[in-house]
Design a protein around this ligand. Structure first.
Ligand SMILES: NC(=O)c1ccc[n+]([C@@H]2O[C@H](COP(=O)([O-])OP(=O)(O)OC[C@H]3O[C@@H](n4cnc5c(N)ncnc54)[C@H](O)[C@@H]3O)[C@@H](O)[C@H]2O)c1
Length: 269
């Protein structure tokens, strides 16, 4: 967006962001921790959206809601929900619908990464990571779909990772992230003609809360990440948010069931 070129693509839109808190340290010189989910909330609110923000850590979701409250629309609501719990996934959608009077857009951002390889993985660990990273997205979409079909429109954005296309992280992370685009494809094949648009973002190396929490203290790790993509820097959560805003908006009105790679060119090298 050009400076001074304000967009209001989400005026009157009701949006649920699952995992819209930020669980990690802030960037140097900043006080508000910035993750992908939080940056997406801030961007959509700045363009007029009214938000329901769900998170395991409701205080963190509330912090996002407060940070968004200076923006045009609101008030925004924080919802406590554990994405590993099927009932909580459904309840979060119901709460969001009731607080906002319906939903136009759902962004499924929640994701965790244990990093365990195949030999170290356990049944419990694998199930838990898949529950959070994959099942929660299916259940959230399933719960939000009926009212969207009834109103004749609805948009979904699933936040995935290059780990779903390339190896090298953890077995549960890679398999869960590889499966997310299938949800968008399934929804497109079945429901596009009834006004539902669902897409998936494949993120490269982003300097988000998730990463600063895991690697921020490890000497040289952040520099190594920055050096990996052709653009020679990590992405910013705000850049994830602007790409997400495109997919969630009517600007992407003919973009269906696809994967948008946001990776500074990492995947083509
Ligand atoms: N940073 C990267 O390099 C990168 C790359 C690819 C994909 N991603 C994806 O971005 C997303 C996360 O980014 P972020 O910066 O917002 O991370 P984050 O770790 O800050 O997570 C966002 C929120 O999810 C919440 N959360 C964790 N477990 C939960 C649960 N069981 N139920 C409900 N909420 C829960 C956390 O409390 C946190 O507030 C993930 O889907 C991740 O896979 C990140």
């Amino acid at each position: 967006m050009m400076k001074g070129d304000a967009m209001n693509r989400f005026e009157g839109k009701r949006v649920l962001v699952v995992g819209g808190g930020a669980d990690g340290p802030p960037r140097a010189g900043e006080t508000l921790a910035m993750g992908n989910g939080r940056a997406i909330c801030l961007r959509l609110a700045s363009e007029g959206a009214r938000l329901a923000i769900s998170d395991l850590r409701v205080a963190s979701a509330q912090e996002t809601a407060d940070a968004c409250s200076g923006a045009a629309a609101g008030p925004h609501v924080a919802i406590s929900a554990d994405a590993s719990d099927p009932d909580a996934c459904r309840a979060a959608v119901a709460q969001a619908e009731s607080a906002l009077g319906g939903l136009d857009v759902v962004v499924c951002n929640v994701g965790i990464a244990s990093g365990r390889g195949l030999q170290a993985e356990t049944v419990e660990g694998f199930d838990f990571e898949l529950d959070v990273n994959l099942r929660s997205h299916v259940l959230t979409a399933q719960a939000a779909l009926p009212a969207m079909l009834a109103q004749g429109h609805g948009v979904f954005v699933f936040i995935s990772s290059l780990a779903g296309l390339l190896g090298g992280t953890g077995i549960a992370y890679e398999t869960s992230k590889a499966a997310l685009p299938a949800i968008g494809r399934h929804m497109t094949a079945r429901y596009a003609r009834r006004g539902i648009r669902a897409n998936t973002m494949m993120l490269g190396l982003i300097d988000s809360t998730m990463v600063r929490r895991e690697f921020g203290e490890i000497d040289g790790r952040m520099d190594k990440r920055a050096g990996a993509p052709p653009v020679k820097r990590q992405g910013r959560p705000e850049e994830v948010a602007s790409a997400c805003a495109f997919l969630a908006s009517d600007d992407a009105s003919y973009v269906f069931g696809t994967m948008l790679v946001v990776d500074g060119g990492l995947s083509i090298t």
